[in-house]
Design a protein around this ligand. Structure first.
Ligand code: NAD
Length: 640
């Protein structure tokens, strides 16, 4: 029987790890075969998604096959190990950046190399038997295969705790820590796999998932943060020893088994990653600096000897007594120069975008980004599928690991709630780009919150409607720092035709509400003029032909004509299904009057437009209609 089975079945690329007697440990050959298959499927239109599972009940994959590394390493040949690690890390990056959904089914143990194959895809499924861990410090390595990225992104100091104690996570813990997405009864897995092979979309997984119950790690978070927040290994040890209780004793016992040098380096890697430029590429680069030196200067060969070869479980670690000098940690993690890990550009996507709010505007904007090569993970409380996007089970899952988070939501209160709920899951240094139309105060509050958390923030409401969103011709009015605006520019270029940097945070919203105050007034003026024209016996088409090329022209007339069958396609041609909902216009006019009040500006037309849209939405039949449905309203009325 082959160690790995690779085939396509229906619309799925299928990979099954098949070394159950060795807990499906990854060999170099298996990594190579997975990589070749992913290369081929990446552009194969017949493959919609990739499913990775494993034979046997005990493990998805308990790690990498390190016997050959030991044999060559003890003969002073470090090349084999270095090449294996580099190939494996390139595979991990490929899985992380893959342009199609990768779904993994993680029964039993998923550890080390197994995490690299099973925990970087888009849908990571766990069940009652799942046990996920990064126990590398126990064999003289550091958490690698991209695991350091997830550790750096885990809540609070959980990453340090998991790295230093090798603690095993059950399904609830793994989801809490960001190593898994969905808890599904393992009895359902074979049927779900069969349905995914037959063309079902990955959404069926979300439907089959159930809450995993409470996470023990989450319950311990306060203790973890208190004791594992230290700058160095010695700080953490001191904190643990000063407060003896069941938690600290257990942590000390676990840490006593591990290589001090590995633990000190793991802490340093996690801390370095938490800076502004966190990325998978950076995580793998740092990990490789350690593993490249692990046989020659680290504890790796001794760790393998004690655990696997002699099985005496009494490794003789360096720095077994006393502290690990900072200079030794630095030396292990120095850049490698010409030996540095090279990731293949071709397999890297342009970056990961979490997109929250996939309504009339958000969905086409997100699709344009996905088509331009971004890995877009969307979330909406109502919308369940959007072509080209991966839909996450929660907003938190959509933003986890993203380089950019984009919001396109109905109002400031919802925006604030979404940011409150997700900010802790967003990686530091990421760009938060809010394209919704919200009040200036909410924009400034969210900007301050995001910046305090180490992120870049731009408020960039749009103009151009659903047509502009679909065509990628929106105008963005942006507020934020020059640095944040520069970071957002490549995205504006894809979603729009123009972006104006209006000033500091909130300036984009200020421009937007002024623009929409004009829009509300001109739409009303256009609609009442059509209703008057009707009563004067003027044909609507003739009215359009004249006004659209005369001084009465406006966007409302020329691009979004409220009269059905006249002018370019608009919601009027579709029974006034929004488009831009009348409620949203009411919201924007309310924002403009709120702002005018705050700065004592006289805006009588805006106030009148607000009053009319309020009556239309709240007392007439305007709710649920496009804002251009003012035309049938006026047409049906008489002068009062
Ligand atoms: P929409 O109502 O179609 O979309 C908003 C989406 O947000 C909905 O799908 C809704 O389910 C989702 N949502 C609500 N709460 C959520 C939450 N907590 N988490 C995740 N998703 C949530 O509205 P739209 O027309 O797409 O407008 C979006 C924003 O863009 C608004 O602020 C609007 O003022 C602005 N805007 C709209 C237009 C337009 O022509 N439609 C033009 C310019 C600006």
């Amino acid at each position: 029987m082959a160690d790995i089975e690779i085939r396509t079945k229906g619309s799925a690329g299928r990979i099954t790890l098949n070394r159950p007697d060795a807990l499906n440990a990854l060999t170099r050959e298996m990594c190579g075969e997975i990589k070749s298959a992913l290369d081929a499927w990446q552009t194969d239109p017949a493959v919609a998604h990739v499913l990775i599972d494993a034979a046997g009940e005990r493990a998805f994959c308990a790690g990498g096959d390190i016997a050959e590394m030991y044999r060559t390493g003890t003969a002073d040949d470090y090349t084999y190990g270095r090449q294996f690690w580099a190939e494996e890390y390139r595979l991990n990056a490929q899985i992380f950046n893959y342009p199609k959904p990768i779904i993994s089914f993680l029964q039993g143990f998923t550890m080390g190399g197994g995490v690299g194959v099973g925990c970087h895809g888009t849908h990571r499924i766990v069940g009652a038997s799942s046990r996920i861990a990064m126990p590398e410090c126990g064999i003289g390595l550091v958490p690698d295969v991209g695991g350091s990225l997830m550790l750096a992104l885990a809540p609070g100091r959980l990453g340090e705790y998991l790295a230093l104690t090798s603690a095993r996570m059950d399904a609830a813990d793994a989801i809490y820590a960001g190593f898994a997405d969905l808890n599904i009864d393992e009895a359902l897995w074979p049927d779900l796999i069969a349905r995914l092979e037959s063309g079902a979309a990955p959404d069926i997984l979300t439907e089959a998932a159930t809450p995993p119950g409470p996470s023990a790690l989450q319950a311990q978070q306060a203790q973890i943060d208190r004791h594992f927040g230290g700058e160095r290994l010695s700080d953490i040890r001191t904190s643990l020893s000063h407060e003896p209780d069941a938690f600290t004793r257990d942590a000390e016992k676990r840490m006593a088994r591990n290589s001090p040098l590995s633990m000190a380096c793991a802490i340093d890697i996690i801390h370095r990653l938490r800076g502004p430029s966190i990325s998978m590429a950076k995580a793998l680069d740092l990990e490789y600096r350690f593993t490249f030196r692990a046989m020659e200067h680290g504890d790796f060969l001794e760790g393998i000897r004690a655990a696997i070869i002699d099985k005496d479980r009494t490794p003789h670690w360096q720095f077994a007594k006393g502290d690990v000098p900072a200079v030794t940690v630095s030396k292990m993690l120095m850049p490698l120069g010409k030996d540095a890990l090279e990731l293949e550009e071709a397999v890297m996507s342009k970056g990961k975008i979490g997109f929250i709010g996939l309504g009339n505007m958000g969905a086409p904007m997100a699709q344009n980004l996905a088509r331009a090569g971004y890995d877009v993970i969307g979330f909406d409380t109502v919308v369940e599928t959007v072509p080209d996007l991966t839909i996450a089970a929660s907003a938190a899952a959509a933003v986890a690991g993203a380089d950019v988070v984009i919001t396109m939501l109905p109002n400031g209160a919802i925006l604030r709630q979404v940011v409150d709920d997700t900010l802790q899951h967003v990686k530091p240094g990421a760009l938060l780009l809010d394209c919704s139309t919200v009040d200036v105060e909410s924009a400034r509050a969210v900007a301050a919150q995001a910046e305090a958390a180490g992120m870049l923030y731009v408020d960039a409401p749009v103009s151009g409607g659903i047509g502009g969103a679909a065509a990628g011709t929106l105008t963005f009015m942006a507020g934020g720092s020059a640095k944040a605006f520069a970071a957002a520019e490549p995205l504006f270029e894809i979603m729009g035709q123009k972006a104006v940097h209006c000033g500091e945070a909130g300036a984009g919203q200020a421009a937007k509400i002024c623009n929409n105050m004009i829009l509300g007034a001109t739409m009303i003026a256009t609609c009442e003029a059509f209703a008057l024209a009707d009563k004067l016996g003027l044909d609507r088409q003739k009215m359009f032909d004249v006004v659209s090329t005369s001084s009465g022209y406006s966007w409302s007339m020329n691009a979004y004509c409220p009269a059905p069958g006249v002018g370019p396609q608009s919601p009027a041609d579709n029974g006034y299904v929004p488009g831009f909902a009348a409620e949203l216009m009411l919201k924007d006019l309310g924002l403009s009057q709120q702002a005018a009040e705050a700065v004592n500006a006289d805006t009588p037309m805006g106030a009148q437009a607000l009053a009319l849209y309020r009556t239309f939405v709240e007392e007439e039949d305007g709710a649920g209609q496009d804002f251009s449905a003012m035309l049938p309203r006026f047409a049906a009325r008489e002068r009062s």
